[in-house]
Design a protein around this ligand. Structure first.
Ligand code: GRF
Length: 223
C-alpha cells in the first residue's frame, strides 16, 4: 500500500514549466478515497535538516509552529542552531565525522525521527544516504535555488548569474540518491536582468521562503 506521502507524491505531481517568466504551479487535489487520509486529526510532524544560515528553516518553523518539531543540523557552529533556540524548536546536532560511516551517522539521526511524517531539507549540505531514504520513501523533500534540472550543486545562483541567465527560479523536489535529482514538486521562475549578484540572491531567497512554506502546507493539508 502506498504511504500518505506516496499518494501525495503522485497527486502533487506538479508542474515545472514556466512560460514567459510567469509562475506556473499545478496541483491535483486528492480523490475522495485519498481524502480520508487528510481527515485524520493528527498533525503532521516535520523535521527540518539544515547546515548553515537557516532562513528557510526559520520561515517553515514560524509558519508551521505546530508541525515543525525538530531541527537536525550537521554543523556545530551553524547559525540555524541559534534560530531554533529562539523559536524553541528541539535541535539535534551531530557531526558526521564522529561516526565511522554515513550509515552509522544516519542511523543515529533515525533514532530521533519517531513519528516524523516529512523531512524538509533546507540548506542541508550533504547527500542523503540509503538509511534515511529507505526509512522515508517519498517523504524527504529539498529546496534548490535554480530551475532544476539546470544549475545543480552548491553554487547554483552564482553559476546561473555568471552564465548570463535572465530567468532564475526556485525548485522544490523529492530527494533521491542523485544530487538535486528527484522528482519536481513545485517550481517558480522570475526574470532578472540586473548585474548585482547580491540583489539577485535576495530575490531568489524571497521566492524560496514563500514557495517552501506554500508547498509544504499543500503537502500536509491538500485541501
Ligand atoms: C538556499 O538557497 C537553499 O535553496 C539551498 O541552500 C540555501 C539555504 O539557505 N539549498 P538558508 O540556510 O535556508 O538561509
Amino acid at each position: 500500500m502506498k504511504s500518505f506521502f506516496g499518494i501525495l507524491g503522485d497527486r502533487f505531481g506538479a508542474l515545472s514549466k514556466f512560460h514567459g517568466g510567469r509562475d506556473v504551479q499545478r496541483y491535483f487535489p486528492p480523490t475522495e478515497n485519498e481524502q480520508s487520509a487528510k481527515d485524520a486529526p493528527k498533525k503532521q510532524k516535520i523535521a527540518v535538516f539544515a547546515s548553515g544560515n537557516g532562513s528557510n528553516f526559520q520561515v517553515l518553523a514560524e509558519a508551521l509552529r505546530e508541525e515543525v518539531g525538530l531541527l537536525v543540523c550537521d554543523k556545530t557552529e551553524a547559525y540555524v542552531i541559534e534560530r531554533a533556540k529562539k523559536l524553541g524548536v528541539e535541535t539535534l546536532v551531530l557531526a558526521p565525522k564522529d561516526f565511522a560511516t554515513k550509515a552509522d551517522y544516519e542511523a543515529e539521526i533515525l533514532k530521533h525521527l519517531d513519528g516524523v511524517d516529512l523531512i524538509c531539507l533546507a540548506g542541508y549540505m550533504r547527500l542523503v544516504g540509503d538509511t534515511l531514504l529507505d526509512a522515508f520513501p517519498n517523504r524527504i523533500i529539498n529546496i534548490h535555488p535554480s530551475l532544476l534540472p539546470a544549475y545543480k550543486g552548491a553554487h547554483a545562483i552564482r553559476d546561473a548569474f555568471e552564465a548570463g541567465e535572465t530567468t532564475y527560479g526556485v525548485t522544490i523536489h523529492y530527494v533521491n540518491k542523485e544530487l538535486d535529482g528527484g522528482q519536481i514538486i513545485a517550481q517558480e521562475s522570475f526574470e532578472y536582468t540586473g548585474h548585482d549578484l547580491d540583489e539577485l540572491e535576495a530575490k531568489v531567497h524571497a521566492v524560496e521562503h514563500r514557495l517552501y512554506v506554500d508547498t509544504v502546507k499543500k503537502m500536509i493539508d491538500p485541501k
